[in-house]
Design a protein around this ligand. Sequence first.
Ligand code: EPZ
Length: 429
Amino acid sequence: MDRIRIVGGGKLNGTIPISGAKNAALPLMIASLLTPETLILENVPRLSDVRMLKRILGNHGVDVTVNGKRPGDAATDGEVVKLNAAEIVDTTAPYELVSQMRASFWVIGPLIARMGEAKVSLPGGCAIGTRPVDLLIMALERLGVAIDIEGGYVIARAPKGLRGGEIVFPKVTVGGTHTALMAAVLAQGTTLIRNAAREPEVTDLAECLVKMGARIKGIGTSELEIEGVARLGGARHRVLPDRIEAGTYAFATAMAGGDVQLQGVQPHLLQAALDKLAEAGAEVTPNNEGIRIRRNGAGIAPVDMTTEAFPGFPTDLQAQFMALMTRAGGTSRITETIFENRFMHVQELARFGARIRLEGDAAIVEGTETLKGAPVMATDLRASVSLVIAALAAEGETMINRVYHLDRGFEALETKLGACGAAIERIRA
Ligand code: EPZ
């Protein structure tokens, strides 16, 4: 297994190109199941989760081709992926595949909408909590789908097709909204989704569906109205920039000190995180090309933070923010409201000498001037990158084990940080 070695203490200076968003690319790729025509996605990040989903879609009969690099393309441009589901050969998503990547459960929406049947393995819990799919199932039932659960599989049937209905989510769910959208676009009649997730990745999916011929009103709001159509066509769509990757490097810059331009990201995608960063003492300057982050001289101020659904502070940046707060000049309180168990990084951050105690859904972080490098272990994607942030500011050497978690969601992490002066290297197994 690969490891990453970091020697902390240096500042970060330079430019980091922001990749396409993993959490937009995945549902967009799944949307290709809705049409027999070709969906072309640009700026798809090179990540192991994307590679995994290509395999999963291939299993359903989707023909996936990737355009090679053309002259003039920047090294950091994402892939152009063409997906064609002219014929769906299998409506079953097996346990062996779904258990490796939760988002693949979302194939249930387009499969039932287009084929009238789907058999999809329940994904099971994961490192950040139990993560049930009851709301996704509820949404499909509201569209007239009959659901049975047998042998660990959700069996969905709608032999006469789906019909529009009203879906009221009792809590905001990104996956629930993706699934409801992808099912409702091909249902007969009108669907109302209330308390829909407003995450930019949901908006990106909705905009792509509209290009494919879907009729959706209220995009970007918590009330979506979908008028079903009989058939969707092909489209070309560019995956939006990854706000979580951008936020991660913004916190890394504030942690290490220095001056970094985050190229290609739009500030409105991560305003809540940028506001907290400014409160913590970093200079945050939006410009035409992205966002510039600077911290020179001034220390890090302690800031309380609570995760919320968009446009609030994203849970996917909670671990990274906690890493930053371990070096603040005082105590901060970090409250996690989205997932019940997303604090695995606390024990690993403690290995650097961080002082953090848990109180129910909150972590109390007492900042300390000095962190010390240590061998640590990645437990999930965002937790792992919080260890990278801590390591950048820690004295001495850190060795991060189980790097495959990082590879699921951060494209070329060591190249991007290395280009800004970080002493970071991958040690291949
Ligand atoms: C998406 O997960 C993201 N994954 C997650 O990013 C992100 O943390 C999460 O949204 C919240 O923003 C992808 O986009 C691939 P939810 P999702 O449904 O859709 C509960 C990362 O690191 N819930 O919005 O699975 C659920 O348990 C990942 O990139 C139910 O109770 O999250 C949670 O408490 C990790 N029943 C809350 O809702 C359901 O049926 C929000 O979950 C569904 C969800």
